[in-house]
Write a protein that binds this ligand. Sequence first.
Ligand SMILES: [Zn+2]
Ligand SMILES: [Zn+2]
Length: 254
Amino acid sequence: MAAPLRFQIEQNFARPIAGISLNCPVLHGQRQRLEPKSRAGSEMKITLLYDNEAYLKSLRSDWGFSCLVQSGGKNILFDTGARGSILLANMHALGIRPEVIDLVFISHPHWDHTGGLSNFLKLHPTRVYIPAGCPEPRHATEVIRVQNSLKIEETIFSTGALDNFEQSMVISQPKGLVVIAGCSHPGVGRILSAASKIGNVRALIGGLHGFSEFELIKNLELICPAHCTRYARQIQGLYPQKFIGGGAGKIIEL
Ligand SMILES: [Zn+2]
Ligand SMILES: [Zn+2]
């Protein structure tokens, strides 16, 4: 079992959305120690570690994506950004030690998602789930090549590698599913429909690339477009109640 994480994070505000809490109440610059709630099984916490923009000033922004997913007592690193040095520096700034990560989930083999993988695994060799067509990662303790939809942990699934290229993560919760996408190259519609085979999708977080079929997300409770999303502003304009901005350091608890 991984050691518990410790977070010490400055945030400026928290905006509750339909029963979803963005953690860290506003403390007007006060520092607050946060304990993760991932042990209970039904709660889930996502921390953006690497993004094109920084939500917290203490973190570096860079083109790429990575987040920490805590669900069902597991700490999962979703993608690794473009540069290991930035990923590790942002993790350090958030008080997240590499050795607490139980497994790594790689969405697709683009450099801005896998660039930090080697550096991370050198520090903390662990199990890696990659789409079947990906090059072999170095320093992994075990490599699981994903083709079809797959249950990874009690609350964690893969959509399967769509187009044999990109997998998205599906986190199961009592209230519905949370989908995390790296770049959404196969298309948001196909990702959501793959996830729908597992259950009812409640939230979508991550890179949405050139996604513009906005009616496909009208029934979601939460959408956090990050990384390469071209039309984040339009999504925010259409669905202000569902929209949450991304950025390295943003924490979403569901
Ligand atoms: Zn990308
Ligand atoms: Zn990509």
